[in-house]
Design a protein around this ligand. Structure first.
Ligand code: MG
Length: 396
């Protein structure tokens, strides 16, 4: 630091739970046999995954000595108090006093803290992702530039968006919903196998007939198949030309993923559950995928960048995942997606985005098949008054 230059460092860390509850559950109505338990959770039988009946996320607010505020966000869907405790009990003490411009060094230091104990994923790295996004936000604000500029500059000013999920109860209504998005300029979409009640083949056949030859139709298989099952299914799907197949087999089964990627003839997309570039390397080095889908709420900006760079070096496409959040980590994902090579599209979770876009000052826009990018310093969004009213401070 030059003499006379002020060094502004992190002074406080606060963690908030954000209420994102909606009338209709994520992925649509509960199916037969799916019931909410006393803790407020239910399991989707199609993917054996737990969801909260009331959506929520965790938001982190970092403030510097000079009063610069940075926002970060991570998953709060399941046991949010666990992630909040990791931030307040453990990470805060190592973040206070740090220079936001050293964000990658801080990230690596915090990652290293828990390696020997085996915490190289899960809740620990979700907590780290929220801190990481907030540090990048502050660094951008202090430099007076969008985070995309800190990541090397804008490769693109708009990002193609694909419509994700058709949360209606019947196939004919899902086709109507898909058509309504096509009429609004969205020509790429994805449906989810666990709520495709008549099966993947019937679903894509009906959607193809509704949307025509030029539409891109992807299928999220939600980790539900074995490799042989997937190879049989892909033969049946082939006449309807899927855009890509997502998460075909259990994430632990890397050899099965490799088999599907190399034998199916279809483009295989994975990565929404990854936390780090180490997760990416395990699959990419084996040729086990064609498209990677980093999720900012799990990776933070630092690992998102490293995953995308590794994928691009191996000539893979990057189509980031988007999930249930207030807009903070989506904004961070768009900043990174604007700057990194190889990003060809971005997931658009309209059933979350549309009801909650006013949570971040109305600056996030997704129209005519494209996201517009916020241009203000940092990640480009701030919580609106409405969002602040939906946030509850978690005592540390
Ligand atoms: Mg998915």
């Amino acid at each position: 630091m030059n003499e006379g230059e002020s060094q502004d460092t992190i002074a406080t860390v606060e963690v908030y739970l954000v209420d994102l509850s909606q009338d209709k559950p994520y992925l649509g109505s509960l199916r037969e046999g799916e019931t909410v338990n006393e803790s407020g959770y239910f399991v989707r039988l199609g993917n054996r995954t737990v969801y909260p009946r009331k959506n929520r996320s965790l938001v982190v607010k970092l403030t510097t000595d000079d009063g610069v505020i940075g926002w970060g966000e991570t998953y709060g869907l399941v046991a949010p108090q666990a992630t909040a405790a990791i931030i307040s009990d453990l990470l805060t003490g190592f973040v206070i006093g740090r220079d936001p411009f050293e964000v990658e060094a801080v990230h690596d230091e915090l990652y290293d803290l828990m390696r020997v104990r085996g915490y190289t994923g899960g809740f620990y790295l979700d907590a780290l992702a929220a801190i990481d996004i907030a540090l990048w936000d502050i660094a951008g604000k202090m430099a007076g530039v969008p985070v995309a500029e800190l990541l090397g500059g804008f490769q693109r000013q708009q990002i193609p968006a694909y419509v994700s999920g058709l949360p209606e109860d019947t196939l004919s209504r899902r086709c109507e919903l898909a058509k309504s998005w096509q009429d609004r300029g969205f020509h790429s979409l994805k449906f989810a196998l666990p709520v495709a009640d008549d099966g993947a083949v019937a679903e894509i056949k009906a959607l193809r007939e509704t949307l025509g030859d030029d539409a891109r139709i992807a299928i999220d298989l939600h980790w539900s198949l074995t490799a042989p099952e997937c190879l049989t299914l892909t033969e049946e799907l082939a006449p309807f030309r899927p855009w890509f197949l997502e998460a075909p087999v259990a994430t632990e089964e890397i050899e099965s993923l490799q088999e599907v990627a190399q034998k199916s003839g279809e483009r295989i997309a994975v990565g929404e559950e990854w936390r780090t570039a180490y997760d990416a390397r395990l699959r990419i080095d084996r040729g086990a995928c064609h498209i990677v889908q980093p999720e900012m709420g799990h990776t933070g900006i630092t690992q998102f960048k490293r995953i995308a760079e590794y994928a691009h070096q191996h000539e893979l496409e990057i189509i980031p995942h988007a999930t249930i959040g207030s807009g903070i980590f989506l904004a961070a994902s768009l900043q990174a997606s604007a700057a990194l090579k190889g990003v060809t599209s971005h997931e658009f979770q309209h059933s979350i985005f549309d009801p909650f876009r006013h949570f971040t000052s109305d600056v996030l826009k997704c129209e005519l098949g494209k996201f517009d990018l916020p241009q203000s310093p940092g990640i480009g969004v701030e919580p609106s008054e409405t969002m602040l009213e939906s946030m509850t401070l978690i005592p540390s």
